[in-house]
Design a protein. Structure first.
Length: 277
């Protein structure tokens, strides 16, 4: 429950009320009433409208609906991202169905809710790190558009998170890092590292198990056997940032692959709000 007008001015034009952000006014007023169950999901980024770009000499160039994304060195403030060492910055590729390398990468885009790979033309695209020809030594960076989280949250007491699917099969796979920044270009020093997914592998190249371990709560996500491994849905908590007057950009950074079996992929990226009661 919020206010509709102040001195005849429509509420959509009002950002603050007596120096208080409008969403906080909604919070103060609604705190005295019974809240409704809320489940909100933003638009999903699944890259189906984009042109694929696969190989060691090309990278995804965002167009049309994705022209506010930035890929590769254009997203970095400076020459290097600088996570653990000065690795060459590269952009993510946009793949479809499978990646060019064997024994790594998904066998299609992610599908809700199971994560099963899909080769259907409506759901087969995804972003991934092309690791062939020594590209595994690069640091892969891609940045989302900017989001004012306060405009995405209907009630400040609800949980708010980033959600996406990841596929990380491969004996030589990268680790995945998720950063938050208020800048359109950034680096490890300037951005805030909000989640890390560390890779490990046991077993053979084709029949083993790759695992990502989430640093914040030690959750694990397994990718079993190359030919049949499915995508895993992961969540990144954004509650600490939902009530700030800032525009935020999400940076997906992958590095530390040790060979060509390091085609890490992400898909179905979105923001979710969920009631706590």
């Amino acid at each position: 429950m919020g206010f509709s007008k102040k001195n005849g001015v429509d509420s959509t034009l009002i950002k603050k009320y007596f120096s208080i952000p409008k969403r906080k006014v909604r919070y103060l007023k609604s705190s005295t009433i019974k809240r409704k169950e809320v489940s909100y999901t933003s638009s999903t980024y699944n890259f189906e409208s984009e042109t694929t770009s696969e190989g060691t000499t090309t990278q995804w160039s965002p167009t049309t609906d994705y022209n506010t994304w930035t890929n590769g060195s254009n997203a970095v403030d400076g020459t290097f991202w600088g996570l653990t060492s000065n690795k060459t910055v590269a952009g993510w590729d946009l793949g479809t169905d499978t990646t060019p390398s064997s024994q790594t990468g998904p066998n299609g885009g992610a599908t809700e809710p199971s994560g099963s790979p899909s080769t259907d033309a409506s759901s087969d695209n995804f972003l991934y790190t092309e690791a062939s020809s020594n590209q595994n030594s690069n640091c892969f960076v891609v940045r989302t558009p900017g989001f004012y989280f306060g405009d995405l949250v209907s009630y400040i007491g609800n949980n708010f998170r980033l959600e996406f699917f990841v596929h990380a099969y491969g004996t030589q796979q990268h680790d995945l890092f998720v950063y938050l920044s208020t800048a359109t270009t950034s680096n490890h020093t300037e951005a805030t590292l909000i989640e890390t997914f560390t890779h490990s592998h046991s077993g053979s190249n084709n029949g083993g198990t790759s695992r990502l371990t989430k640093s914040s709560d030690s959750s694990t996500y397994d990718f079993v056997t190359y030919s049949s491994s499915v995508w895993s849905k992961v969540q990144v908590d954004l509650n600490s940032y939902k009530d700030t007057d800032e525009t935020y950009y999400i940076y997906f950074v992958a590095q530390n692959g040790t060979g060509f079996r390091a085609d890490l992929a992400i898909d179905e990226i979105k923001f979710c709000e969920e009631s706590v009661i």
